[in-house]
Write a new protein. Structure first.
Length: 263
């Protein structure tokens, strides 16, 4: 085999591998979430308002944000496309998880489920935190409060699967990780500055959250955003074919070198 023929062999193998990747396409890339809606945090969960910037009007609690580069069958998304979060219901981290966690106004087959919230911070002492230090209001809360120069950033991490063939494709869909982020910079409803310490005291005045505190209905609202990183999981069969292709390329290269040494 001469060098020209070897080039043809390896090029053919590379094309074959690339074709397998296209044939098994699933969502991948970055989804940025923005808009002009608000998130309302309480001890029992997170509720999202209707986003007035969502297109079409009234179609979601958030909008597709700038910088989104999500690749999927039927894409791409367009900026300000409406995103419906948790079927429009408040997010309760203790409730059954929703296979329709994120739905898109103009791309019905694209769906994100949610399989895990959090984890929250292991630190439940929010008193006098340094800048960039974090806590959670109570043990087990998935909401993390991080002190900033202007107040507090409240974040909720989520993870699960994404599919571009509807809910039925979630079992073999891509994995994603991401978070919602709520910068709290205005004073709390009681007039206190929005530090993690004051937020903890606002929700649980005694320092320990009681059943009465959970039933109080106290809440804090703020604008929010989010970012989700979606990663394709190679199918075992495809990985096996890739391995065979690479083995074939190695075999061709070894044969070429042996023939060259014998010449």
């Amino acid at each position: 085999m001469n060098r020209k023929h070897l080039t043809y062999v390896i090029t053919g193998l590379v094309i074959a591998v690339s074709s397998m990747s296209v044939a098994s396409a699933t969502p991948s890339g970055v989804l940025n979430v923005g808009g002009n809606g608000t998130a309302t945090a309480s001890l029992t969960g997170l509720a999202f308002s209707i986003d007035p910037a969502a297109v079409p009007a009234g179609s979601g609690n958030a909008s597709v944000g700038a910088g989104t580069n999500l690749l999927f069958i039927g894409g791409p998304l367009f900026i300000n496309e409406g995103i419906l979060i948790n079927s429009g219901n408040p997010v309760d981290p203790t409730a059954l998880l929703n296979p329709n966690f994120l739905r898109f106004a103009s791309h019905a087959n694209l769906v994100f489920d949610v399989e895990q919230f959090g984890p929250g911070s292991s630190n439940t002492n929010c008193v006098a935190l340094a800048i960039n230090a974090s806590c959670s209001v109570f043990a087990g809360s998935p909401l993390v409060l991080t002190r900033t120069n202007t107040g507090t950033n409240a974040s909720l991490s989520v993870s699960g699967r994404a599919s571009d063939t509807g809910v039925g494709g979630l079992a073999t869909g891509s994995f994603y990780v991401g978070q919602f982020s709520n910068p709290i910079i205005g004073n709390l409803p009681n007039g206190d500055a929005p530090t993690p310490e004051n937020i903890q005291k606002y929700f649980c005045p005694s320092g320990t959250c009681t059943p009465t505190d959970f039933a109080s209905g106290r809440s804090v609202s703020s604008p929010f955003g989010g970012q989700f990183q979606v990663t394709v999981v190679p199918e075992p069969a495809s990985m096996g074919l890739v391995g065979l292709s690479l083995f074939g390329a190695a075999f061709a290269l070894r044969r070429f070198n042996r023939q060259r040494n014998q010449a």
